[in-house]
Unconditional design. Structure first.
Length: 95
């Protein structure tokens, strides 16, 4: 059951990220000075960044499951609070 939860969590995170970055793609491409074709799509179509992101999502979801299990976070309320805390405070960084 644990591996299924990790895969589902990783897929949900990857899907949320895909929707988020597709919504913000045009400003990001412009700010990063990425070369685009006539349709406005990036010229480099390498799947490597997507594969690396998917692997990273599985690793993060697996480590969070491990940490939650060791911390005895075993109900949805505790999981939600812990997940929000990890997401908010571990991704915050200074400029």
């Amino acid at each position: 059951m644990g591996i299924v939860a990790v895969i589902v969590a990783a897929a949900a995170g990857f899907g949320f990220g895909a929707i988020w970055y597709m919504a913000l793609a045009k400003p990001w491409v412009a700010a990063a000075n990425i070369q685009v074709d006539a349709d406005g799509k990036p010229i480099d179509n390498s799947p490597l960044p997507f594969v690396m992101a998917a692997v990273a999502m599985v690793l993060v979801a697996g480590m969070m499951r491990h940490t939650f299990a060791l911390s005895q976070i075993d109900d949805p309320g505790k999981g939600l609070m812990s997940g929000l805390g990890i997401g908010l405070f571990s991704s915050a960084r200074g400029s």
